[in-house]
Design a protein. Structure first.
Ligand code: 13P
Ligand code: SF4
Length: 332
């Protein structure tokens, strides 16, 4: 039977009253899905708020690594996803590719005791576990600078995975040298050595887009996410994580125009006037957009029937080390 969004919302609310369940939704979710979230936010906020929540079940509307982070931090919770959606960047690296990256550093003369790995939260639990086992930690785009500042105090080379853009952007902001494994740079010359991963959605924004908006609307501000290419971040007026972008834009005077370089659903619900998407192509994250209201309803129904759909499981050893890597970040 084809239910309307209003009917689906009603049924979702009935399940929410009946079951011990919290619906969690990332800012990039479709509007109608975002609206049924009990907890909403960026990836860091979701990890923290969900850990402190008491429901037995979490229905996570987002991508796989985010649901996994909840499971890793709170192994006693049961986490189910309306869609088994993956972040395209997170799947660019697995445990074996992480080991190969460490080997590349070793071959350049940088031994394990001189490497401090940091993984962006956009990575799967096996990579977080490898990082945790090597004494490293997780970061998000909100706290990457703080985490790297702390890590550098150990006097080691930083191996940053998987997002080359975030790693290079933070290095540029801090006046540090960075490189990408395989780009021909001698790895010994860099403070931050990045894995060659990236977000295809944030690669859609270009310096040409910035020039176009600046010419069309003199005085417009350009605000972008640090997953954008360094050439874009270098000339933007503001670079910040999802929650930092929201705060920056909400605090602008009403008549200040701003063009924003991040995911479409978020930009679209930011501010009714004077806010533009910094791209001629609609920058939707395809996998974030996979989750529909119907999927949320179906997963709640499956929980009620005792056979949760897309439940997340993480093996004990991976959970242990990934949790250590996440908690090192939360402790800061
Ligand atoms: P946030 O950490 O800002 O929520 O970003 C997650 C993400 O996937 C950005 O593309
Ligand atoms: Fe991953 Fe990019 Fe989608 Fe964020 S926008 S979830 S980094 S693919």
């Amino acid at each position: 039977m084809q239910l309307t969004n209003e009917e689906l919302k009603e049924k979702i609310n009935e399940y929410k009253k009946k079951l011990s369940v919290t619906v969690v939704a990332h800012f990039y979710q479709r509007d109608e899905v975002f609206e049924v979230g009990d907890i909403t936010g960026d990836s860091l906020e979701l990890a923290i708020k969900t850990r402190d929540d008491n429901s037995e079940f979490v229905v996570f509307c987002g991508v796989g690594f985010m649901g996994q982070s909840v499971k890793v931090l709170s192994p006693n919770k049961r986490v189910a996803m309306p869609k088994a959606a993956c972040c395209a960047m997170a799947v660019m690296i697995d445990g074996m590719q992480f080991d190969a990256s460490v080997k590349a550093l070793n071959e350049a003369g940088i031994m394990n005791e001189n490497i401090l790995p940091i993984t962006y939260i956009n990575s799967n639990a096996d990579v977080k576990a490898k990082v945790g086992e090597m004494g490293g930690m997780v970061c998000t785009s909100s706290n990457a600078k703080k985490i790297i500042t702390t890590a550098l105090k150990e006097g080691k080379k930083i191996l940053f995975v998987p997002d080359r853009c975030l790693g290079q952007n933070i290095a540029n902001q801090m006046g540090l040298k960075s490189c990408v494994i395989g780009d021909g740079t001698n790895l010994l010359d860099a403070d931050i050595i990045c894995y060659n991963g990236f977000c295809s959605v944030h690669q859609l924004f270009s310096v040409d887009d910035i020039n176009f908006y600046r010419k069309k609307y003199p005085g417009i501000l350009i605000a972008v996410h640090p997953e954008c290419d360094p050439s874009v971040c270098d000339v933007a007026d503001f670079v910040g994580s999802t929650s930092q972008l929201i705060k920056y834009i909400n605090e602008l005077p009403e008549d200040q125009k701003v063009a924003v370089g991040t995911e479409f659903n978020l930009v679209n619900r930011l501010r009714p006037k004077n806010t533009y998407v910094l791209s001629s192509t609609k920058p939707e994250c395809p996998t974030m957009n996979e989750t529909t209201l119907r999927d949320v309803y179906e997963v709640l129904k499956s929980i009620d029937e005792g056979e949760p759909l897309n439940e997340i499981h993480v093996d004990e050893n991976t959970q242990k080390w990934a949790k250590i890597a996440l908690e090192r970040m939360l402790a800061l």
